[in-house]
Design a protein around this ligand. Structure first.
Ligand code: CP
Length: 312
């Protein structure tokens, strides 16, 4: 749990982690996200909540969904948005991350969105930033991805309503997954008890409580939600998993496996997906899939988080 998320008056100043976030804060963010939610095909509404504010995206790892949705969210709230191309930033010339922060603060940046492969970066930025500036963690190593946890919770809420009675199976490379950690933190705060982890023994977590399965089929039995995860080769030693064909045979979600879950099961995946490895196209694009809804919810959640941090 971060000590640095709340200011001296108890207001949410930064979003660094969902661990230890009070239930009312989390549900408040979800309720607010719902107000910003717009179905694809409908023209998104623009707000003036962040007019005059400057949002800077600092992504030191690749991203499609998170980076774009933070940009869109900030623009739809009326902010100026800068996304630095970190491959061409002065960090490649040896400038420290803190000097980058101070430099951009000197240009009146108000809110930083950061993704980094090293644990602890969002917390360090929060400790060193000016008192009026806000930090949002958009992906921290294998540790945390709080806005993903929020959008996952929002997506489940839109379909299932009662978190307490849910059975949620999380399948794949859980050990290296910041998505899984933030999802479990959100679900735990919201009252879900039955959280199952399935995957090869080497990829099961040792820092999260929940039932663990190396047999995926057993984990899927009567599940309400199945959350599939990508193999994160960038965070593991070579040779830790069997080849992709064998992995797909044992841990890939296909239509026949999905029948082990409840008839109204919700299928989720944070993206990016490896079709044919952890999930077949038939399931990813099928009637149970909420994968694109997760993406839509990502914009709404990021609007809610930025507006809340900025006191709007
Ligand atoms: N889910 C997620 O974080 O996707 P990106 O890596 O594309 O941002």
């Amino acid at each position: 749990m971060s000590q640095n998320q709340f200011d001296s008056k108890g207001r949410l100043q930064h979003l660094l982690t969902l661990a230890g976030l009070p239930r009312e804060t989390l549900t408040g963010l979800l309720d607010r996200s719902q107000q910003f939610h717009v179905q694809p095909g409908i023209r998104a509404r623009n707000y003036d909540l962040l007019v005059g504010a400057t949002v800077v995206n600092l992504f030191f790892e690749p991203s499609t969904r998170t980076r774009t949705s933070f940009e869109l969210a900030a623009q739809r709230l009326g902010a100026h948005v800068i996304t630095l191309d970190m491959a061409f930033s002065s960090t490649t010339k040896g400038e420290s991350l803190l000097d980058t922060l101070y430099t951009l603060e000197a240009m009146n940046a108000d809110l930083f969105v950061t993704r980094h492969k090293e644990p602890g970066v969002p917390e360090t930025l929060a400790q060193h930033t000016l008192p009026h500036v806000h930090i949002i963690n958009a992906g921290e190593a294998h540790v945390s991805h709080p806005t993903q946890g929020l959008l996952d919770a929002l997506t489940i809420h839109q379909h299932k309503k009662n978190f307490e009675k849910l059975s949620v199976a999380i399948v794949g490379d859980i050990r290296h997954s910041r998505v899984a950690r933030s999802a479990v933190q959100a679900l735990t705060v919201l009252g879900t008890h039955d959280i199952r982890f399935a995957g090869p023994a080497e990829l099961l977590p040792d820092d999260m409580s929940g039932e663990k399965f190396t047999n995926m089929d057993k984990a899927l039995e009567d599940a309400d939600v199945v959350m599939m995860l990508r193999i994160q080769k960038e965070r593991m030693q070579a040779g830790l998993i069997p080849d992709e064909r064998e992995y797909a045979r044992r841990y890939g979600l296909n239509s026949s496996r999905l029948r082990l879950a409840k008839p109204d099961v919700l299928v989720m995946h944070p993206g990016p997906m490896n079709r044919g490895v952890e999930i077949t196209s038939e399931v990813a694009d099928g009637p149970h899939s909420a994968i694109r809804e997760q993406v839509t919810n990502g914009v709404a959640v990021r609007m809610a988080v930025m507006a809340t941090l900025m006191g709007k």
